[in-house]
Design a protein around this ligand. Structure first.
Ligand code: ZN
Length: 277
């Protein structure tokens, strides 16, 4: 892509985003990768080193929680050190400015929350919490992590059970019903869908952006590799989300400040009182 095309695509994406009042960002592993969290798929994905069904399925976990935790312990180090990157921050800024209604994410690292995103739907759970499958007690992941060196698998602090599971969705488990419902609700009401850093290979999560696309809502894809919805996209921005989203956000802000688009407002016109516009 020539740089002129690139600028044109960014401008078109900014125009669509600046107009949006109820946009939704759907994010995947690519967004977290730029914070140092290794992805499962993709070129250097963990799944090239491990068979996911052997280490990250609910069956494997129940059979041998110790083996699950020995790998999870290693993986947690990159989670614990990770901080939001400029892509996370740009999405939070677009929400604060009234263009996005929220973020639906496949990531379990909590970085969107750290960046300031307020409406966040975590489709695959959140790895910072651990739940005892025996008694239901919830613990902080960092506290469980601290005991792993002397205790594998870790024991529940409440009942002593040995099935402490991070609150993430493992293979073979259904997605949390409430999160799924909230995600589809956002997709059904949005006026822009922004798919960022997801290769959309996991269902039913990947059906969330499709729901918006089927309604004819503009679709912007930001990803460094082709995705199955590129063909349906209004604009595809190819590259790293940590570089492209801040540029997009800056351009949207520039247009807003220049008065190219009306300042977003959640109020009257949609609640039936119908003030002038
Ligand atoms: Zn317990």
């Amino acid at each position: 892509m020539s740089s002129r095309d690139e600028e044109g695509d960014l401008g078109r994406a900014a125009e669509l985003t600046a107009r949006a009042r109820m946009g939704v960002a759907f994010t995947g592993a690519g967004v977290s990768a730029e914070s140092g969290i290794s992805t499962f798929r993709g070129r250097d994905g963990l799944w090239h080193r491990y068979d996911p069904y052997q280490v990250s399925s609910i069956e494997a976990f129940l059979r041998d929680p110790g083996r699950y935790w020995s790998l999870a312990a290693e993986r947690w180090r990159s989670y614990a050190a990770a901080r939001p990157n400029p892509g996370h921050l740009a999405l939070a800024a677009l929400e604060a400015a009234g263009h996005l209604r929220g973020v639906v994410t496949q990531n379990t690292d909590g970085l969107h929350r750290d960046a300031g995103t307020r409406c966040l739907v975590e489709l695959h759970g959140n790895g910072r919490r651990v739940r005892c499958l025996d008694c239901g007690a919830i613990e902080d992941r960092a506290e469980v992590q601290a005991r792993l060196e002397r205790e594998l698998p870790p024991r529940c602090g409440t009942c002593g059970g040995r099935h402490l599971k991070p609150e993430v969705v493992l293979f073979g488990e259904p997605l949390p019903a409430r999160a799924l419902m909230e995600a589809f609700e956002l997709a059904r009401g949005c006026d822009l869908m922004l798919v960022v850093g997801s290769s959309l290979q996991v269902y039913p999560a990947a059906d969330v952006p499709s729901t918006a696309v089927e309604r004819g809502v503009p679709l912007i894809v930001v990803n460094d590799e082709p995705t199955p919805v590129d063909v349906a996209a209004t604009v595809v921005l190819r590259g790293r989300s940590g570089e492209l989203l801040p540029r997009l956000e800056a351009e949207v802000r520039r247009r807003r400040e220049a008065g190219d688009t009306a300042a977003p407002s959640r109020s009257p016109s949609s609640d039936g009182r119908g003030t002038s516009s």
